[in-house]
Design a protein around this ligand. Structure first.
Ligand SMILES: [Zn+2]
Length: 193
């Protein structure tokens, strides 16, 4: 991984892993695909390898990302879906021409119409977003409890009571904050950063 770029926050759900390429949206936002090459890197680790990306394609990807974020947030809040976001998601889904391929081992892979067709990869992400927003998959859309994050995530826990988009980041930070607050209340100095 190239040095100097923020690492990726990869989860098990493609669409929300994609929206997590911009984190801390309500705080000091961190752009995790700041260059076209970083989008290529993200797609490679997400099973959607492409051989190149232009600045215009990166813009298209970010537009899709923000549209998924807006629509998933509305769905989590049981609000009406923003029409412009729905339009972008549908446009990307319609334009993509990736095919699902079954491997001899019984796994699904995506085959793009051409290795340079980043739009195909975006189509796969858009379709994934549609399946979770439409409620087709087993799980529940929810918003991260961290006030600086508020990311939409897909809760597949049995009880559907997950509070944070990511236990290792938002969940941990919240725990530390609570620990420090308790230490202060008890009059001892917090020793956990
Ligand atoms: Zn979060």
């Amino acid at each position: 991984m190239p040095a100097g770029f923020p690492d990726f926050r990869l989860g098990s759900v493609l669409a929300t892993s994609f929206t997590a390429t911009l984190t801390e949206r309500r705080g000091d936002a961190v752009e995790r695909i700041p260059t076209p090459q970083r989008l290529v890197d993200w797609l490679a680790v997400s099973g959607l390898a492409v051989d190149s990306c232009t600045t215009a394609q990166l813009e298209l990807a970010r537009e899709l990302r923000e549209s998924i974020h807006a629509a998933a947030t509305a769905a989590a809040l049981h609000d009406a879906l923003p029409a412009s976001a729905v339009q972008v998601i549908n446009d990307r889904s319609i334009q993509g021409r990736a095919a699902a391929i079954l491997t001899p081992e019984g796994n699904r892979q995506w085959r793009l119409s051409s290795p340079s067709c980043l739009e195909d990869a975006l189509g796969v992400i858009a379709a994934d977003a549609i399946s979770i927003i439409a409620g087709e998959r087993d799980g529940k859309l929810a918003l991260c409890a961290s006030p600086t994050c508020r990311a939409a995530f897909f809760d597949t826990s049995q009880s559907r009571t997950r509070k944070w988009c990511d236990m290792n980041t938002c969940g941990n930070r919240q725990k530390k904050a609570r620990f420090n607050a308790n230490q202060r209340k008890n009059g001892t100095r917090a020793s956990v950063p």
